[in-house]
Design a binder for this molecule. Structure first.
Ligand code: ADP
Length: 434
């Protein structure tokens, strides 16, 4: 308790006040005691002075103690209050405490010890209540803040969902555009290639050296353009989940030799030796030979493109009875470890400048990555800048194809589904992933 307490006693009974005063003095409480005899005077005193405790008789001449305590509460005067009661007033005491009185004391029990005890506990209870009210208020405020933040988060989440929705829509439009454009471009490209091949035939007359050179350029550029268009078409089909593997049993070494054979002239043109090593007990695999060849051609054309001198090796080995590995290794410019991940992303090239030395769409590895996943295989990359790169593909000897019913069901779903259901399954989980 603080040094000198300011105490107010409200009682119209002079004798009772005196007994109260005596008891407090005897208790040795250091205090300034103020006395008033009715509720109105008590209010005036409480409004002008801050008291440490008020003791009041609930039977005041001008108002009932219940009215007094209610007014005290509503007037926001903060003070611990003790009701002075008489014997047999228990019921009204309960009401007064409920209305906001801090404690009560029976006039018949007033003694120095009792007074000190009640005074102490009233001040303590009052402060505990005040603290609790403060904490409650703070909790209420934090709760309101949380609700506000929650609402803000919900709003942001809705915005993100909307943006996601728009992005998906744009991405779908892009895929659709790519698929349509590349499909449309293939027809004239095939005509250009076909007619330039026909021009070489002698039955249409002999071409001069210069004419033959020009037709050859048209043919080569046409083939190159068709390859680029095919890459874009494959990519957009893979993105839309519309590219299916066509499985059959074949000799893997034959497909590898075919791919290497097609790429040999390019390697020769750069004076690169192209070596193949097949180490297989059983050369038969169940896979899509066209797609497997496409993977090899892509890896080999990269190896040739990014190698200025040295060698390119293709190795095929048995990893286990059920898995085979194909390794394409070169002595080219190499790839920095920080770029390992991004080069498998669509349209990503290490050199993204317009003036870059090596041409390409940046789709090759993204397509390979998707195809290998569809085959239930894995790709590993190891490379050192300036020394060369190694792409290793592990494949199951027998791939699992999507059943016809599952493919049909997927096609129906892809035709009819909404953007959200597609977003939930962007990687077409019906294929085994890496
Ligand atoms: P593109 O070859 O059309 O650029 P790819 O997806 O096939 O696209 O390759 C992405 C990038 O990965 C290439 O642009 C190149 O930077 C890098 N890369 C791929 N293969 C090799 C390789 N054998 N050696 C060095 N860099 C390579």
């Amino acid at each position: 308790m603080k040094q000198t307490l300011k105490i107010l006693i409200v009682d119209d009974n002079e004798v009772d006040r005196m007994a109260f005063r005596d008891a407090l003095t005897k208790a040795g409480v250091q205090m300034e005691l103020f006395e008033v005899s009715d509720g109105n005077d008590a209010f005036s005193a409480l409004s002008t002075t801050a008291y440490d405790c008020v003791f009041f008789d609930y039977r005041l001449p001008d108002q009932h103690g219940l009215t007094f305590i209610q007014q005290l509460r509503s007037s926001k005067i903060k003070v611990p209050s003790v009701v002075l009661t008489a014997q047999g007033d228990e019921q009204i005491t309960v009401q007064l405490i409920k209305a906001g009185a801090t404690d009560y004391l029976s006039k018949s029990k007033i003694s120095p010890e009792m007074l000190v005890q009640v005074l102490r506990s009233a001040i303590r209870i009052y402060w505990a209540e005040t603290q609790a009210a403060l904490v409650n208020q703070q909790l209420k405020e934090s709760h309101e803040q949380l609700i506000h933040k929650n609402q803000e988060l919900e709003r942001q989440q809705q915005q993100i969902q909307m943006q996601n929705f728009k992005l998906l829509e744009v991405s779908q439009l892009k895929s659709h555009f790519l698929a349509t454009m590349s499909h449309e471009l293939r027809t004239p490209m095939n005509a250009i290639i076909g007619f330039s091949q026909i021009l070489f035939r002698s039955k249409f007359g002999q071409l001069t050296y210069q004419q033959a050179d020009m037709v050859e350029r048209i043919l080569n550029n046409g083939k190159h353009l068709l390859m680029l268009v095919n890459e874009v078409l494959d990519f957009s089909r893979l993105e839309a989940g519309r590219l299916d593997l066509k499985g059959e049993m074949f000799d893997i070494s034959k497909v590898i030799n075919l791919a290497v054979g097609e790429m040999r002239s390019l390697a020769d043109a750069k004076n690169l030796s192209l070596l193949v090593q097949t180490d297989l007990q059983n050369t038969l695999v169940f896979n899509d030979p066209v797609r497997l060849k496409q993977i090899l051609i892509n890896l080999l054309s990269n190896a040739i493109k990014f190698t200025e001198s040295g060698q390119i090796w293709v190795e095929v080995k048995e990893l286990s009875a059920s898995r085979v590995t194909i390794v394409v290794r070169d002595t080219g410019i190499g790839i920095a470890p920080r770029d390992f991940k991004c080069i498998f992303e669509a349209f990503r090239q290490i050199d993204q400048t317009i003036t870059r030395k090596y041409p390409g769409t940046g789709l090759g590895l993204a397509i390979i990555d998707s195809l290998v996943r569809m085959m239930g295989g894995k790709i590993f990359l190891d490379s050192t800048l300036g020394s060369g790169s190694m792409f290793k593909i592990e494949l199951p000897r027998q791939i699992t194809l999507l059943s016809t019913e599952a493919a049909d069901a997927r096609d129906v779903q892809l035709d009819g589904d909404d953007i959200f259901s597609r977003a939930k399954n962007p990687h077409h989980s019906f294929f085994q992933t890496r």
